[in-house]
Design a protein around this ligand. Structure first.
Ligand SMILES: Nc1ncnc2c1ncn2[C@@H]1O[C@H](COP(=O)(O)OP(=O)(O)OP(=O)(O)O)[C@@H](O)[C@H]1O
Length: 256
């Protein structure tokens, strides 16, 4: 592994039309930790994530994944790198017409020559990592939101990635389900020793419950980075306003 770590974004710039979203963002994800990228809606969290998986290309700047420069890489190089990255999208992104076994083993079937018996063993193991019993024969519409997330996470883990990305895992969930998902993320991090995880979120409760490291985005840059303790005790007015969700402070509050 290079000194740059698993994910390094250097002076990243991305503009859509007149909208300068990333304005020189530097972000070095700490290895083997559970990091959160947080910030207000529209600050560029998802845009940042999309640069990490190569869905978006930077206008300027560098993207390094596991020591490999990817900012000018072609799609073939990205496909290879993406096999080292597990991504859990908001809705789990399961295929409703495939059962749980086929959903979880989908990346294995596509990228390896594993035998069916080994694959069955592997899927069973993945289900146990995410705390689910043997539900291989069930179909996604038969599952609860929490179960769908777990199956999505099992699939994200199928190729034994080095890096795990979660895109807004608790958005629009009630507090009880959100708490379950937080525990799932934390347990997975603890079970899979050496995993580097990045969660995109604006759910401050999740951040405070499980984050080990925080990147707070503002105006296209990392405005603050550090531990949750440092974030909470920050005297910075902007950080304080984000934490308390107050109307008074430097963050403009939209009129609705
Ligand atoms: N493909 C695109 N084309 C044009 N504009 C885009 C595109 N993707 C993102 N944007 C814009 O970039 C800005 C940042 O979007 P992004 O989705 O990264 O925000 P976010 O911080 O993840 O917000 P949220 O918390 O609401 O998901 C927004 O103004 C959005 O409209």
């Amino acid at each position: 592994m290079s000194e740059k770590g698993l994910v390094s974004l250097i002076n990243l710039r991305k503009t859509f039309g007149k909208n300068k979203v990333l304005r020189g963002l530097d972000l070095n994800v700490p290895n083997k930790k559970l990091s959160f990228i947080i910030g207000r809606s529209g600050e560029g969290k998802s845009v940042t994530l999309k640069h990490i998986i190569g869905i978006l290309k930077p206008d300027e700047g560098e993207v390094w994944i596991n020591g490999v420069p990817m900012h000018n890489a072609d799609e073939r190089a990205w496909e290879k790198i993406r096999q080292q990255i597990g991504t859990l999208f908001q809705d789990g992104a399961l295929f409703d017409s495939l059962n749980v076994f086929d959903n979880i083993s989908f990346p294995i079937q596509n990228h390896t020559k594993m035998s069916l018996s080994k694959m069955k063993e592997e899927v069973k193991n993945l289900l146990s990592i995410v705390g689910l019993p043997s539900i291989e024969e069930k179909f996604p519409p038969e599952l609860s939101i929490g179960e769908r997330k777990r199956v999505g996470l099992a699939r994200a883990l199928a190729l034994k990635p080095k890096l795990l990305l979660y895109d807004e895992p608790t958005t629009s969930m009630d507090p009880l389900v959100a708490d379950l998902i937080d525990n799932l993320i934390l347990n997975t991090q603890q079970k899979l020793e050496g995993m580097t995880s990045v969660v995109i979120s604006h759910d401050i409760t999740s951040v405070m419950n499980i984050a080990e490291y925080i990147f707070f985005l503002h105006e296209g840059k990392v405005y603050f980075e550090g531990t949750p303790e440092a974030f909470c005790s920050s005297k910075d007015e902007l950080v304080k306003q984000f934490l308390t969700g107050g109307r008074n402070g430097p963050l403009a509050v939209p009129i609705v």
